[in-house]
Design a protein around this ligand. Structure first.
Ligand SMILES: [Zn+2]
Length: 346
């Protein structure tokens, strides 16, 4: 019996407590009425009368010791709890940490808007390769070999050797290659737009870039005339730009359309009064267009006697510049967050 008392004494002495759960375990084992000490007191009955007094004293000592330790532990746990409670509380008046949301790139916004406008009047979206053969980028579009017209677009050629001779692969200089591919594989009516990336060998500056985006459109069917071209582009300008925007067609030349016209709109920046963007003319060019040259239609295996059509093309950067007053082309590719954040929520 005395051995047991001593063992328990030692156990209590070495007991450590770090949590309210452990405190409760201690209480159950030593303090509660079902604990080991109560059990020992009950066993006192069978201790011989002569020893009972001495063992009883030892047992009382153990009981008091357990009680003492329990109080110390309780205090310790209370202190821990108070320390946790007095930690700096959450300051509800602090401003929240901003929840950063991504923004759509302005070029994506404008491309989507252009697609939306044309889809509503029956154009679908077509796509094609960015690395293209000379034929699809130039030949089929009436740019004869060594024709000075090819100088209109400085081209990146892709060095690829086939059978010892360099093949004429290049980075497309316009999205017109998609028009050719479309006419080759699809019977009219064809009514599509082709947004995409194009490349020109130009020094990067505020006004020029070696990579930019175009949207071209084509409509080939029986009896498509210049009036249809005008109606379509009037519709586009009305949907895309501010109400009251003026539009004019100016005769021009492209190898793949005849007749050809460039399309100007009244300057979105100055409202036609004259500014740097419109070079003080009040007009800005937004697109090239024209009736598809019968030879181009024939090049794609469609009978130009039966079918006619129009095509147009515009730079997405240009439209974005006018819509959001972006004066430096380089901003589109620098990915400066301060620039991109201005388009949040658009
Ligand atoms: Zn202007």
């Amino acid at each position: 019996m005395l051995d047991k008392v001593r063992d328990l004494h030692q156990e209590i002495e070495h007991y450590t407590i770090n949590s309210p759960e452990q405190l409760e375990q201690f209480r159950m084992r030593f303090i509660s009425r079902k604990g080991v000490i109560t059990e020992l007191f009950e066993g006192l009955k069978i201790v011989p009368q002569a020893d009972r007094r001495a063992v009883g004293q030892e047992l009382n000592g153990l009981k008091n010791f357990a009680q003492e330790r329990f109080e110390t532990f309780t205090q310790q746990i209370d202190e821990q709890r108070t320390a946790a409670d007095s930690a700096p509380p959450v300051d509800l008046t602090l401003p929240t940490i901003p929840n950063l949301t991504g923004t759509q790139h302005p070029l994506s916004l404008v491309r989507q808007r252009i697609i939306q406008i044309f889809e509503r009047i029956g154009f679908n979206v077509a796509d094609g390769p960015e690395i293209e053969s000379d034929w699809y980028n130039f030949g089929a579009l009436n740019f004869p070999e060594n024709h000075p017209a090819r100088d209109m677009q400085d081209t990146f050629f892709v060095a690829k050797v086939e059978n010892g001779a360099p093949a004429d692969m290049l980075l497309r200089t316009h999205t017109s290659n998609v028009q050719i591919r479309l006419m080759e594989r699809q019977k009219p009516p064809i009514r599509s737009i082709m947004p995409g990336r194009v490349y020109r060998n130009e020094t990067i500056s505020a006004r020029a870039h070696c990579m930019f985006h175009q949207v071209e459109g084509i409509y080939i069917d029986r009896n498509v005339g210049f009036k249809d071209l005008k109606d379509t582009l009037y519709h586009f300008v009305k949907e895309m730009f501010e109400p009251g925007t003026q539009i004019r067609f100016r005769p021009s030349y492209f190898p793949f359309t005849e007749p050809s016209a460039e399309i100007d709109i009244s300057c979105q920046i100055c409202g036609g009064k004259g500014c740097n963007i419109c070079k003080h003319s009040g007009w800005v060019e937004i697109a090239g267009s024209g009736m598809v040259d019968p030879q181009v239609i024939a090049n794609c295996g469609i009978d130009p006697e039966e079918y006619t059509g129009f095509a147009f093309g515009m730079g997405i950067e240009r439209i974005t510049q006018l819509k959001y007053v972006v004066n430096d082309l380089r901003l589109y590719t620098e990915n400066d967050v301060r620039f991109l954040q201005q388009f949040e929520g658009l």
